[in-house]
Design a protein around this ligand. Structure first.
Ligand SMILES: Nc1ncnc2c1ncn2[C@@H]1O[C@H](COP(=O)(O)OP(=O)(O)OP(=O)(O)O)[C@@H](O)[C@H]1O
Ligand SMILES: [Mg+2]
Length: 255
């Protein structure tokens, strides 16, 4: 069991003239076997939070603790995380999918004897085994996104950070990836932090939700607690997360 504690995390982006507070006093916990979702409008600070936990951005202040050890740039390697930000970058376009993953498997210090087996395992999980010898330049957006997910799964990290993991995937593949994420949490007891704009994805996957607005935590709880907080009531059926979120959305925006 791992507990990741995020304590009073803050990120200021400084330009010549002004300081912009992107993330402000954010504290929460992430635990093995659980999926925590960050939900909030564009620009709320979700990606910035994930990037600080991943070590891609240095917090202005605050701490990230893993089982009572404070993460530093030096000790970070002892706590490997699988990280998915997606997007066009991150792979060698002229190399095949398999060769790209072999490169990352080497960086993750996977022993030579297990390397090819491990690469094939993660390619299988995201259903790219049949195109593993295709160059990444020739991949569609969804194939590339699945390759990002495969890379994150290399060497079975105990913590996985997913920033809009099903962005750009077709309906069937999005469903497949969601089921994979759920299985990683439930069967392999991985701690998962997720951002998503898809309410059905959040409802399906998350144990708890952090509502983020203007860099701050507005509310933490279950889907039901957000529905209650919103006060939205539907006739003859329970209110949905989407209806409740929409009722709260105005209050989550930056002013
Ligand atoms: N490198 C940067 N320099 C200056 N401002 C930045 C930088 N990165 C992010 N920001 C600002 O920080 C705020 C939070 O951005 P972030 O990308 O974390 O939002 P988000 O919640 O992930 O939004 P989205 O839902 O659109 O992905 C935004 O106002 C953004 O413009
Ligand atoms: Mg984002």
């Amino acid at each position: 069991m791992i507990t990741i504690q995020i304590k009073k995390l803050r990120k200021e982006f400084v330009n010549q003239q002004d300081r912009f507070v992107a993330v402000d006093d954010v504290s929460f916990q992430l635990k093995s076997g659980k999926v925590l979702a960050l939900l909030g409008p564009n620009g709320a600070g979700k990606t910035t939070i994930v990037q600080m936990i991943a070590g891609y951005l240095q917090p202005t202040s605050g701490e990230i603790m893993i089982d009572d050890v404070a993460l530093t740039p030096k000790n970070r390697q002892q706590f490997p995380m699988g990280v998915v930000f997606g997007g066009e970058l991150g792979f060698y376009g002229n190399a095949t999918a398999k060769d790209n993953l072999v490169f990352f498997a080497n960086l993750k210090k996977i022993p030579r004897k297990q390397l090819h087996e491990e690469v094939d395992r993660v390619l299988d999980l995201v259903e790219l085994a049949n195109v593993k010898n295709k160059r990444v330049n020739e991949f569609s957006r969804g194939m590339r996104q699945r390759l990002h997910i495969a890379r994150a799964l290399l060497n079975r990290p105990k913590i996985i950070l997913l920033d809009e993991p099903t962005n750009g995937l077709d309906v069937e593949m999005a469903r497949h990836i969601r089921e994979l994420v759920k299985a990683l949490a439930e069967r392999e007891q991985i701690a998962i932090l997720l951002t998503s704009h898809m309410m059905s994805e959040i409802e399906f996957l998350s144990d708890r939700i952090l509502l983020i607005g203007a860099g701050k935590i507005y509310h933490e709880g279950t889907v039901e607690s957000i529905i209650q907080l919103s006060g939205v009531k539907a006739i003859d059926r329970p209110a949905t997360l989407e209806e409740s979120y929409l009722a709260l959305a105005e209050q989550l925006k930056r002013r």
